[in-house]
Design a protein around this ligand. Structure first.
Ligand SMILES: Nc1nc2c(c(=O)[nH]1)N[C@H]1C(S)=C(S)[C@@H](COP(=O)(O)O)O[C@H]1N2
Ligand SMILES: [Mo]
Length: 341
């Protein structure tokens, strides 16, 4: 039985159920799925990854076994779709976005352990030239989804080609057998089912950094391509939540691409007064952190508002600039909760 919130079946797009995520790591069967096409069937024995482009000194093809022979690393990263929380543009700010976009609530985000090889190892193997500017992994799905990143982002040790999620081979919907993981960047850059990596001496423009996954609208005359996800916090309760009275723990998650989360505050009076929530270990960069507070509510209707701040001083804003496709909503959100006896 599908335990996630089904946003669409074909292609599969599922929201995680954050209230079901009991620990720090999202169990694999609760990881969100965002796919433009159904997962391609890939035989891991004949799978090949091709490294090519005018800034590649030694173009090559690597098998899965070749990748697994390279030094491996495991790391815990949150991954979030740029369209997560899209529904809030209309709900909070009263401005609908393009209705063709998926109506993500708050569950297009997960936190997993990724195992694989640094993309940098593969780039070194292929003798990338000093004039390399952009690196673009491309998927083997029908649309050949691809999105470039600058060479310095591709070179970060934590930018990886992952072949395992939470200790097991990647689930088909999450990119089996190999996907990119670009920590802190919008989910799209973490290309699934990677079949080709293009390294170019020129900036690469594709529809996924111009038409989509870019900010369009009156506030964005230059239509900037999206890069990092913004800082954010969520309450790990269903939307809308129905709770019973009694002493209980309200839980949630917070993350930032710029540093560790320094604090999460919550408000039960519409943002007039704020209290600091407890942060749970582990709290490390590029992963989400768990926060919680104790609550003993009387019957009634409530809104739980949360606000995260990171150790670089970034905080969630009161509102975000509207963009036509409804990306990167990270304003503080009032989570509706009804408490009954
Ligand atoms: N090949 C390919 N890679 C892809 C996508 C896709 O449709 N095709 N979707 C991207 C988007 S928009 C997101 S948010 C993440 C989602 O990863 P997940 O499905 O493992 O949660 O994968 C990215 N990688
Ligand atoms: Mo996404």
């Amino acid at each position: 039985m599908e335990r996630r919130i089904v946003v669409s079946v074909d292609p599969p797009n599922y929201e995680s159920r954050l209230d079901q995520v009991a620990g720090w790591i999202t169990p694999s069967n609760l990881h969100f799925v965002r796919s433009q096409h159904i997962a391609p069937a890939i035989d891991p024995d004949t799978y090949r990854l091709s490294i090519e482009g005018d800034a590649v000194g030694t173009p090559m093809q690597l098998s899965l076994a070749d990748l697994k022979r390279l030094p491996s690393r495991s790391q815990i990263n949150w991954l979030e779709c740029a369209g997560n929380s899209r529904v809030q543009y209309e709900r909070v700010q009263g401005k609908p976005v393009d209705p063709a976009q998926l109506p993500w609530g708050q569950g297009a985000v997960s936190n997993s352990e990724w195992t694989g090889v640094s993309l940098s190892e593969v780039l070194n193997l292929a003798d990338i030239k000093p004039n390399a500017v952009d690196v673009m992994p491309e998927g083997l799905d029908d649309g050949k989804i691809a999105r470039p990143m600058p060479i310095d982002i591709a070179r970060r040790p934590e930018t990886m080609l992952a072949y395992a999620m939470n200790g097991d081979p990647l689930p088909a919907d999450n990119g089996f057998p190999v996907r990119a993981i670009v920590p802190g960047w919008i989910g799209t850059n973490s290309i699934k089912w990677v079949g080709r990596i293009v390294v170019s001496s020129q900036p690469i423009k594709v529809k996924w950094n111009t038409a989509s996954y870019a900010l369009h609208g009156p506030d964005f005359p230059d239509d900037p391509a999206l890069t990092f996800q913004p800082i954010k916090s969520v309450v790990a309760l269903p939307w809308e939540a129905a709770l019973s009275t009694g002493q209980q723990t309200v839980r949630g998650f917070a993350w930032s691409p710029h540093g560790r989360i320094a604090r999460v505050e919550y408000s039960l009076d519409g943002g007039r007064s704020w209290t600091t929530a407890r942060l749970l270990e582990p709290n490390q960069p590029m992963a989400w952190v768990r926060w919680e507070f104790s609550w003993d509510p009387q019957p009634g209707s409530y809104e739980i508002t949360t606000r995260a701040t990171d150790d670089q001083g970034n905080s969630q804003p009161d509102s975000v600039l509207w963009n036509t496709l409804g990306y990167v909503y990270n304003a503080i959100v009032a989570h509706p909760v009804t408490v009954t006896k």
